[in-house]
Write a protein that binds this ligand. Structure first.
Ligand code: ADP
Ligand code: MG
Length: 234
């Protein structure tokens, strides 16, 4: 069964009198536990597409199904509930809360899950701190850790609610290439362990090579799909 199915989706933005065709006639399917990248230059539609998959915006044409749900049909409230249950987000600029510690940043989304007992919450935070190798830094604040460490905390935060899908829009854009490589491979390791689907966007060819399925976007159109053999590198 597919986790995501996009059938001829399009997205137009109306800017004054002019319609910007940000995405045109896009179709693809993504299986559970995939490690996928959307690659393309600035303005090619990566953010627009991730926003549609993340249920932050709606296609203007076509049908988009995520986790068995026609996300085009959800209202604002239902979209928010859908995101909370199914999707974790990772951002280019990390978006950690500066007044919370590493531990508290990972715990934060779990505080919204009313039904989770405190002991289970603590166990979950500790498990993901360990998963991203940040246990030793758990009491530090974001401004006391490096960019790569911040992104590791953001990965743990995205995974804490056990989402089926993690979306990362240019997660390595603010990292040097060695750190970027490490962060992407940490995501891949966590995908192997948890079978969570990861989708990231990038325009960095070094990083995109780490994805197993690569979709190329140009001017809002899907140009191709490249599948790498399992376990291949570089
Ligand atoms: P990328 O993330 O690959 O840089 P985007 O998805 O941000 O590309 O943008 C795709 C196209 O849509 C660009 O032409 C951009 O200018 C346009 N666009 C994106 N967001 C908006 C918006 N909110 N209003 C109008 N045009 C937009
Ligand atoms: Mg973008």
């Amino acid at each position: 069964m597919k986790l995501i199915s996009a059938d001829r989706i399009g997205k137009d933005y109306q800017v004054g009198e002019v319609a910007v065709h940000a995405l045109k006639d896009i179709s693809f399917e993504i299986e559970p536990a995939s490690f996928v990248s959307f690659v393309g230059p600035s303005g090619s539609g990566k953010t627009t597409l991730l926003n549609l998959i993340g249920c932050l915006d709606k296609p203007t044409e076509g049908v988009l199904t995520v986790a068995d749900t026609d996300v085009s049909a959800l209202n604002r409230r239902a979209s928010a509930a859908f995101r909370g249950k199914n999707i974790g987000f990772i951002f280019q600029d990390f978006n950690l809360i500066p007044v919370l510690t590493v531990y508290e940043n990972i715990e934060y989304p779990l505080l919204m899950v009313q039904s989770l007992p405190a002991a289970e919450r603590k166990a979950r935070v500790e498990r993901f701190l360990e998963g991203v190798e940040m246990t030793g830094q758990k009491d530090k604040y974001p401004d006391q850790i490096s960019g790569g460490q911040k992104q590791r905390v953001a990965i743990a935060r995205a995974l804490a609610t056990n989402p089926r899908l993690v979306l990362a829009d240019e997660p390595t854009a603010n990292l040097d290439s060695a750190t970027a490589y490490t962060v992407i491979n940490l995501m891949k390791k966590l995908r192997d362990e948890l079978e969570t689907t990861f989708i990231f966007s990038t325009h960095d060819p070094k990083i995109v090579g780490e994805a197993e399925i690569i979709y190329t976007l140009t001017d809002g159109a899907l140009q191709g799909r490249d599948v790498k053999k399992e376990g291949s590198h570089g």
